[in-house]
Design a protein around this ligand. Sequence first.
Ligand SMILES: Nc1nc2c(ncn2[C@@H]2O[C@H](COP(=O)(O)OP(=O)(O)O)[C@@H](O)[C@H]2O)c(=O)[nH]1
Ligand SMILES: [Mg+2]
Length: 233
Amino acid sequence: MSLFRKAVFHTTVANLQDLPMDSVCEIAFAGRSNAGKSSAINTLADHTRLAFVSKTPGRTQHLNYFTLAEGKYFVDLPGYGFAKAPEEIRSQWESLLGPYLRHRTTLAGLVLIMDSRHPLTDLDAQLIELFAPSGKPIHVLLSKADKLTRMEQAEVVREVKAGLLQFGSNCSVQLFSSFNRLGVREAELILGGWLGMEVPDDVPPPTGLRTEKAARPKNRKAIGWSARVGKKT
Ligand SMILES: Nc1nc2c(ncn2[C@@H]2O[C@H](COP(=O)(O)OP(=O)(O)O)[C@@H](O)[C@H]2O)c(=O)[nH]1
Ligand SMILES: [Mg+2]
């Protein structure tokens, strides 16, 4: 059973002064548009459509709060990089994202979602640079890992670990897939630790993990996948 199964939508915030006052501890999710951020939140919460799995990536400029337990939140940050000019990204980061990441005292850590096929882009690096001075932890989920072979998975973890070294020691990284739930337990343990939430022992280990490459013939949609996280874009 998911640690975050009680997650419910709380509020949408467009201005810093509207951030929830009752927050004790929150975890923010960031990443390039279409990296699989909403899918990851849905998968961690074991919900189909808690965070909207976007058909038009990069549209929302708001912070979406999901209550996990009293005073404890997941925060879905605006996706970045999708068909946006550098000035637009800069102004978005300066007005909302930057101040939020730097000054939100109840923010326990940042989950950074990167598509495992295109990890650690320049914008990802800029976001890490923005957040790292806070001294708080960053946990990278290499999403859509089902699209890689086992060898490619091992290689990308090695590469990203090496790439993160320049940002200090407070970064960790793991594979993740909302398609086959690879890495859900590992992520739960880390995020539960940040939030001071106890992970139940009765969570069965994931079984029958498959890679999308191995499991799905080319051009065929995986049955059940769209149902789990909403429609594909
Ligand atoms: N194969 C696969 N597709 C995924 C996975 N996670 C997300 N996707 C797909 O990637 C697209 C973008 O996902 P979404 O969660 O909306 O990304 P966001 O813009 O970062 O919130 C959608 O079509 C999802 O179905 C995954 O783990 N495996
Ligand atoms: Mg999204």
